[in-house]
Ligand binder design. Structure first.
Ligand code: ATP
Ligand code: MG
Ligand code: MG
Length: 552
């Protein structure tokens, strides 16, 4: 793996280490909210946080930011753990949960109340946003802002005990209702929510807001560099304010640009809609930009990590071309995938001069990019199948593949010549009769005769059948959010994003393909056995084509 590129975050860390800040420790964290599956955008943050820990011999925590009970589930926790491990990263110690810090957060809230820096407010959510003002108008103080410390302590305790209904009160920080930064206008620290939490059950009915909780979580864990996306730049003064008021360990928040990709949506809210509205089958549908979807599609961890390295880290939001991701994918798959022969759309070919009942074993190279991958045997017999697309009865000038009277090479096998085209009653080609030249075994002619095409094929006697799923991008618009007024991103869904081919024929070695095993089907593209594929019912997903068709 190539070394990570230098970036502005590593520059900051280098300076911190030179200056002995944090005793030259580096401790990052990846803090997903378990409210959905991880996507390729998260991979950028994962590679950044875990990558930095690795580069500096530091640590990276995995912390579930589970402060929002209504959207969080254990299923998501498990999938996140799987995905990070699959990407090849290991976190420091055990996986951590923000919910384990609820008690400590509550005590710190009491400390702020006692210091006159937090108060219980009875404004509704709508009133709160009215009082907050706008960018052009200062806010006005809540009528509850000057409650006494005693009253605040009493009300906050009763909030915790469950005496008040959802939404009836909040705990707010007392900061500055005229601040030009809206986040500093008495932000809510706690809300009342009588909801069951995936880990703490019904113990709590007040839940901390992100801005209050996040810095405390970082502080408790001794994080040094708290890396988040640019939307939080405006929240940094608040992150700093809470930690300064409490006088506790104060990590540095650093913001970077989130990843956006063409032809893809990346927010968990939108991905959840795709699943719930059955636009895709599941979170790990091979068309999804989730890590689990990409894994099932045939992406390798290395390809994703390489992509994250290539895009680098910066401070400006931009959209990366999907073609770049696919470029990184092909590069890795080309180097590592065993080659196999598979005929997606079979056309029967009978080699009329080949002995009946004979089956030969021919040597085929597993990976021309990797000699150590060796060779395998592929059977050859009188009846074989070629790709329907590789034959044309009346070929145009530039078509060099098989046609009547023409000779082509069968990969690893022989030269064959087409002599006769057999059709059904409606005139469809159903079978070709060809002859082979036994002297061309292995694929070369001793007399130096040249052919212009090499075709892949499978032998009828031994081939295995499979369903093959071909994918297009899930959206037809480069920016799926680019919609007419009143529309939404689902308007840009590609109605033809999946095509299922039944009855593809594969060379016999593929009958043993393990779920998620990756191959190159020669001349077609990269494929991966689906997670539900079995020897009895083989299913392959097309990962990506051999060449970049986007460039055309
Ligand atoms: P979403 O908008 O998809 O719901 P999120 O930021 O709410 O994402 P979290 O679970 O909170 O999701 O994300 C965990 C970490 O991953 C955060 O630090 C977040 O900044 C980072 N992250 C999320 N999306 C991206 C992205 N597209 N590019 C880079 N980092 C991201
Ligand atoms: Mg978040
Ligand atoms: Mg979110």
């Amino acid at each position: 793996e190539s070394a990570p590129k230098r970036d502005f975050i590593r520059d900051i860390i280098n300076t911190d280490i030179e200056n002995g800040k944090w005793d030259s420790r580096v401790h990052t964290r990846f803090p997903p909210e378990p409210n959905g599956y991880l996507h390729i955008g998260h991979a950028k943050s994962i590679c950044l946080n875990f990558g930095i820990a690795e580069s500096y011999n530091g640590k990276c925590n995995l912390r579930f930011d589970d402060t929002n009970p209504t959207k969080e589930e254990d299923e998501y926790v498990r999938s996140i753990i799987d995905d990070i491990q699959w990407l090849g990263w290991q976190w420091n110690g055990e996986a951590l949960f923000a919910s384990d810090y609820f008690e400590q957060m509550y005590e710190w809230a009491i400390e702020l109340i006692k210091a006159g820096k937090a108060y219980v407010c009875d404004l509704t959510a709508v009133e709160t946003s009215e009082y907050r003002g706008s960018l052009t108008h200062p806010g006005k103080p809540s009528p509850y802002r000057d409650r006494s410390v005693e009253e605040n302590l009493d009300l906050f305790e009763r909030m915790k005990k469950g005496e008040f209904p959802d939404g009836s009160r909040t705990l707010k920080a007392k900061i500055d209702m005229a601040s030009p930064n809206m986040n500093m206008r008495d932000p809510v620290m706690y809300r009342i929510l009588h909801a069951r939490h995936h880990r703490t059950g019904n113990k709590w009915c007040i839940y901390p807001m992100y801005d209050w909780a996040h810095g405390l979580e970082d502080s408790i864990e001794g994080i040094t560099h708290s890396i988040c996306t640019l939307e939080f730049e405006n929240h940094r003064p608040l992150y700093d304010w809470f930690l300064d008021q409490l006088g506790i360990h104060h990590p540095q928040q650093i913001e970077f640009a989130r990843l956006n990709l063409t032809y893809t949506v990346m927010s968990k809210r939108k991905l959840l809609r795709l699943v719930e509205e059955n636009h895709v089958q599941s979170w790990d549908d091979p068309r999804m930009p989730t890590i689990s979807g990409m894994r099932r599609r045939g992406y390798s961890p290395q390809a994703i990590r390489d992509f994250c390295r290539v895009i680098g880290v910066n401070k400006f939001n931009s959209t990366v071309d999907l073609a770049l991701l696919e470029h990184c994918l092909r590069k890795d798959l080309n180097a590592k995938s065993p080659r196999r022969m598979a005929v997606l759309n079979p056309l029967k070919v009978i080699i009329t001069n080949y002995p009946e009942d004979q089956v030969e074993e021919l040597d085929a190279v597993n990976n021309p990019e990797d000699e150590s991958a060796g060779t395998r045997k592929v059977p050859f017999s009188k009846t074989i199948y070629i790709e329907r697309e590789d034959f044309m009865e009346d070929p145009p000038r530039k078509f060099f593949r098989l046609s009547p009277g023409r000779e082509v090479r069968l990969r690893y096998a022989y030269f064959i010549t087409c002599n006769e085209v057999i059709k059904d009653e409606s005139g469809n080609v159903v079978e070709l009769h060809c002859t082979y030249d036994p002297a061309t075994k292995g694929g070369d002619s001793p007399d130096g005769r040249k052919v212009k095409a090499t075709l892949h094929w499978v032998c009828e006697a031994k081939s295995v059948e499979a369903d093959v799923k071909l994918y297009e991008s899930l959206f037809t618009a480069a920016n799926p959010d680019d919609v007419k007024e009143g529309g939404d991103f689902t308007d840009n869904l590609n109605p033809d994003s999946v095509k299922v081919l039944k009855g593809a024929l594969l060379e016999p070695s593929l009958s043993q393909a393990m779920p998620l095993e990756r191959f190159q089907f020669e001349r077609i593209g990269y494929f991966c056995a689906d997670k539900d594929s079995t020897p009895e019912k083989l299913i392959f997903n097309k990962t990506v084509g051999l060449r970049d068709t986007w460039a055309k």
